[in-house]
Design a protein around this ligand. Structure first.
Ligand code: V47
Ligand code: SF4
Length: 399
């Protein structure tokens, strides 16, 4: 896929103002942009300009390669102690009978349903409740590993860990070590929302702070382990809060190098207390992907979560800095369908996902959680290949 202009044209464009020219030169030279420049991009960068820079970085890092992973989600409960106003789960605490609270046996039965599937990862995420304590989760991780040792366990967020470690009276360092010993392989990026207290207190009051979220990831990285990071954007935050968030992630990454992927999460407004807040436009979503790619120079990957943004925007995002698409197989997660995601029953088989990637001239690579290549689909021919309309094979211009 080709952005409107290549980097040389952008750098040579004398109609750009001084800051946009400086940023373009920095990007071309592989230099880091400042917080003030990042904010300027949010305020003044148009889509074509941002896309060209982000695509240049994306292709310098990954060429045409676009990653995906075969995983499934497991949600122990959809009831939660907290009442984050953007969350479509939180209302259920008042109507607990409408929710589910799986026992250990039920969780293991759900894991076993995937015994014959070629999945490499289970992503465990859900609400916070007292019975899901340190012992429950260490027992769960041990049982999963005993049953299927090769299944990568990517589980829980600092929101759960902060709660269960406090209850068990262990430090973050001790707690994360116990999790590692029980079989936790990596931590997903959830619970980050917006770190800045001006916004966090308003939309996610009561749960772990931005500082605590970062401290738990630091403790995990210090054990030599990897994790992801997210940002929930497009609600009541301002651009300055997004830059504050990206800066906190970039500086922790500088310290530990433990983050693999950054996943911007578009706020969806159905079925929650923030339904009156308008959702961001697709233009803003693409600008946000692009600025994330430009700002987070020390992150290897930017991921789009397609069940949330839909197939078309996911395809477009591959020209705006994204090199990884999440959500394959039978993705049964409810958290997004309840929030009004684009896809009401989000599932895409491997052939559909590979076709989606090929449809914009990219090369599909199946990876495991740690980005080891499982299968390169470059020369793979499906029995009945579905090539998306408009498919054209484009050269990688900025390698
Ligand atoms: O932290 C909740 C978000 C997150 C809404 O690490 C919402 O590979 C939009 O982090 N609109 C959890 N977003 C999911 C998550 C994730 C997803 C995919 C991959 C990975 C990974 C991590 O979902 C929560 C919150 O920020 N969320 N409600 C909503 N209404
Ligand atoms: Fe609970 Fe997480 Fe929803 Fe907040 S976002 S209410 S912590 S499930």
């Amino acid at each position: 896929m080709e952005s409107s202009k290549n980097i040389n044209q952008i750098v040579a464009d004398k109609t750009l103002d001084a800051t946009l020219q400086t940023v373009a030169k920095k990007v071309m030279a592989g230099e880091r942009i400042t917080e003030a420049e990042g904010l300027y991009l949010f305020e003044h960068g148009d889509l074509g300009y941002l896309g060209s820079l982000a695509n240049f970085i994306r292709e310098r890092k990954h060429g045409n390669r676009t990653y995906f992973n075969r995983n499934f989600h497991l949600e122990p409960t959809n009831v939660c102690l907290y009442t984050c106003s953007f969350c479509s789960y939180s209302r259920l605490i008042k109507k607990r009978s409408e929710g589910w609270e799986y026992t250990m046996e039920e969780m293991m039965d759900l894991i076993k349903k995937y015994d014959d599937e070629p999945v490499t990862e289970v992503h465990i995420v859900g609400g916070v409740l007292p019975q899901y304590d340190l012992k429950f989760y260490t027992d769960l991780f041990k049982s999963i590993k005993a049953h299927r040792p090769d299944l990568h366990v990517k589980a829980l967020t600092p929101v759960e860990y902060h709660y269960i470690f406090k209850k068990a009276k262990v430090t973050y360092e001790e707690g994360m070590k116990l999790m590692k010993e029980a079989g936790l392989d990596s931590m997903p990026g959830g619970g980050a929302e917006i770190f800045h207290p001006e916004i966090r207190d308003e939309i996610a009051g009561g749960k772990c702070s931005g500082e605590e979220w970062l401290a738990i990831h630091r403790a995990w990285h210090n054990l030599g382990m990897r994790s992801n990071a997210t940002m929930l954007y497009g609600h009541i935050e301002q651009f300055k809060h997004r830059i504050h968030h990206l800066e906190a992630l970039r500086s922790l990454q500088e310290e530990t190098g433990g983050f693999q992927t950054f996943i911007p999460l578009k706020f969806r407004n159905k079925g929650n207390q923030m339904s009156h807040v308008a959702e961001s436009t697709i233009i803003e979503d693409l600008r946000n992907y692009a600025i994330s790619r430009i700002y987070l120079d020390n992150f290897d990957h930017i991921k789009a979560y397609w069940p949330m943004i839909g197939r078309d925007t996911a395809q477009l995002s591959l020209a705006f800095g994204v090199d990884d698409i999440d959500g394959t197989i039978d993705d049964t997660t409810k958290i997004y369908t309840m929030a009004g995601s684009e896809e009401q029953s989000p599932s895409m088989n491997t052939q559909e996902l590979v076709s989606l990637i090929r449809g914009v001239g990219r090369e599909a690579i199946e990876r495991d959680t740690l980005y080891n290549v499982v299968k390169d689909y470059k020369d793979h021919v499906f029995a009945e290949d579905t090539i998306y309309k408009g498919y054209v094979s484009l050269p990688v211009v900025n390698k």
